[in-house]
Design a protein around this ligand. Structure first.
Ligand code: PMP
Length: 412
């Protein structure tokens, strides 16, 4: 019965979205699966969005949506707020591709170091993936060791994925994979051969599952005891407070990586850490480690990043995270009240819907909510932006209530 319901919802989706389908078919001629970003794909084809404003999206068939996906956490500002637009157009007017250092990079570096006590010094990259690759290189060079401890379900970028059993696209470091939130297993894996421990304070792509203070605290202790470099990947969680989740927990890693919204909506990554570790990149030193990248200091991203730092204030972050906490509690209360086999995990404005039983249930929720003008990830990710209002979360709750009421027969 569930299979039939999912098939009917998918057929309805196909009928409603002829322009998105046509776009998908055009794209598939030149890109495998019409796709250049795997996480965006879902059956039968993903929507093609043509416009965004504040928290609103419009697709190629003219349907309007409230954007609850928030560019997989990177879109915290909503779509093209004025300060970001201005910063980017000003930088464009001043001339891009200056073949040199510029004034913006040092300003942005200073603003970020001031937020994260774990970053005495930092360098910029073009993606979060690259930031984590460079952080690992720094830890290996600094320690002279090779082993890297990572966690099941961790996601640190396109070539740093850790599903159970591993992934053929992940770079060939000497990884040792340990269950997440298992302090004893982590403690046993970290030893005098360990160069780095790479961990998300909350599993993001792994389903918004928060790390426990005990687990993350154990990693800190083990790193200190063994001389391993503890790297917090805060590419998602750095929006949970001005100083990221590390400030909330009171745990200072040796290195931190950030990305996404800190680039103000443009391609961005950044890795930083203790002065003695980051010193390996100082080109004035003999034998310095190489870290090149044509666009590492590109003026558009640097300018957008400076404007973004101005928007990522304690007040703005506290407000969006408080809204997220309330919203998640309301969603869980609704699922419980209706005895629907779903629950939501996460922290602050970041959350993921999980289902008990058949994954078809989550697909159905996705299709039903889309019909009601609610856009989020089919895998269940929800990331609130500053532009999401109380009316928007109320609309999501109302659509979810309709879904669990209409579909009750599938689980009761
Ligand atoms: N680490 C985490 C925790 C992430 O969520 C992501 C992106 N989803 C990355 C790293 C990779 O960042 P990017 O997509 O910019 O390479």
């Amino acid at each position: 019965m569930l299979d039939q319901a999912v098939a009917a919802a998918a057929a309805d989706y196909v009928a409603r979205n002829p322009q998105s389908l046509a776009q998908h078919e055009r794209a598939a001629a030149a890109m495998p699966g019409g796709n250049t970003r795997t996480s965006l794909f879902h059956d039968p084809f993903p929507l093609c969005m043509v416009r965004g404003h504040d928290a609103r999206l419009t697709d190629a068939d003219g349907h309007g949506y409230v954007d609850f996906l928030g560019e997989f956490t990177a879109g915290i500002f909503g779509h093209s707020p004025a300060p970001l637009k201005r910063a980017i157009t000003d930088a464009l007017a001043a001339g891009i591709n200056l073949s040199s250092h510029n004034r913006l990079e040092a300003e942005l570096a200073g603003l970020i170091c001031a937020r994260f006590p774990s970053m005495d010094m930092l360098r910029f990259t073009n993606s979060g993936t690259e930031a984590n690759l460079m952080a690992l290189a720094a830890a290996i060079a600094h320690t002279g060791r090779r082993k890297v401890v990572v966690f099941e379900g961790g996601y640190h970028g396109g070539v740093l994925v850790f599903p159970p059993g591993g992934s053929p696209v992940t770079v060939p470091h000497q990884f040792v994979m340990v269950p997440y939130n298992d302090a004893a297993a982590a403690r046993a894996a970290i030893d005098g051969d360990t160069a780095a421990i790479l961990v998300e304070p909350m599993l993001g792509a792994g389903g918004c599952l928060p790390g426990t203070p005990e687990f993350l605290g154990t990693l800190r202790e083990a790193a200190t005891e063994t001389g391993a470099v503890l790297i917090f990947d805060e590419i998602q969680t750095s929006r949970l407070s001005v100083g990221g989740q590390q400030a909330v927990l009171g745990i200072t890693p040796d290195m931190t990586t950030i990305g996404k919204f800190f680039g103000g909506g443009l391609a961005f990554g950044c890795f930083g850490g203790r002065r003695d570790i980051m010193g390996v990149f100082d080109p004035r030193r003999p034998g310095a480690l190489m870290h090149a990248g044509t666009f590492n200091n590109n003026t558009l991203t640097m300018a957008a990043g400076i404007a973004a730092a101005g928007l990522l204030t304690a007040e703005a972050l506290d407000a969006v995270n408080a809204r997220g906490e309330r919203f998640r509690a309301d969603l869980n209360a609704l699922f419980e009240r209706r005895q629907a086999p779903f629950h939501v995990t996460g922290l602050g404005s970041l959350m993921n819907v999980h289902m008990r039983g058949d994954p078809g249930l989550r697909k159905l929720m996705f299709f039903d909510l889309l019909r009601d003008g609610i856009y989020f990830a089919q895998r269940g990710l929800i990331a609130l932006s500053f532009a999401i209002t109380g009316d928007d979360t109320a609309a999501f709750l109302a659509a979810t209530d309709r879904f669990v009421t209409d579909r009750r027969a599938l689980w009761s």
